[in-house]
Design a protein around this ligand. Sequence first.
Ligand SMILES: [Zn+2]
Length: 271
Amino acid sequence: MLLDQNPFSRRQFLGACALGAGMVASRGMGAFADPFLKILMPRDRVPLSFIIDDSTCLVNMGHYAYPQFATAWPDRAEYKKDWTKWPREIPDVFVREFGEWCGENGVKGKYSIVPNPACVGWLDRELPGWSHRQLEESLKLVRELMVPNWDIHPEMITHTRVIDLKTGRPFGDINAGTMENSYPQEDKSVDELANYLAYALRILKNCELPCEGITTPGGFGNRVKTKLPQAVFEAVRDVYGTDLPHFFKYVSDGDESAEPTLERWKHDSTD
Ligand SMILES: [Zn+2]
């Protein structure tokens, strides 16, 4: 926060703000209704975070997910791409080069790790197509190189088929109702949603990856938006004991504010 067109110099005001910062934190922006004052970003710069979706260990989600998307939504042109020509792997040498470059240049953000990527395998067990050692090394790379600068999120369990938590297998029918991108198609309780999220989080915990939030795959939760915040809160707290869990779901366009919103409080009065 800095003075704009005021009798104090910027430096004088910054000195005073060292005392005032606690008040802003506790009383919010409303504490500064004075027209001479305005709230600026830290260091007067716009903070940027790099939000990476659909990442995981080794598995190229596009190659494995597209045939599943094409089966569930046969009329959608975007899923008719020739996925057979896409590489099956995102190599760790690439992740290492990317992660090191980001580390050297101060780039931070969110990095998804899909725990059962496109149903190919379970990151805390086996990844068919890769040796156990390759899986272990890939997880180690994420733990050592990415975790210090990136929030790790599950992007639900598979990002493709919905898993039946009673059996650990995908549901038999293949349609919009059994794809995570459009799940659920009918109302679900907070507990049901929280159980699903916690299942994903536990796999990442088994992999010794820390998580303070989740990312919704595609339109996951669109029909239960008022329940999702509480479900995230309960699931992340239950598995990781996080004080203030968060989730990424909504995209802000144009001039819309990208400030975090307290979704759980927003819906408290209605659910
Ligand atoms: Zn995604």
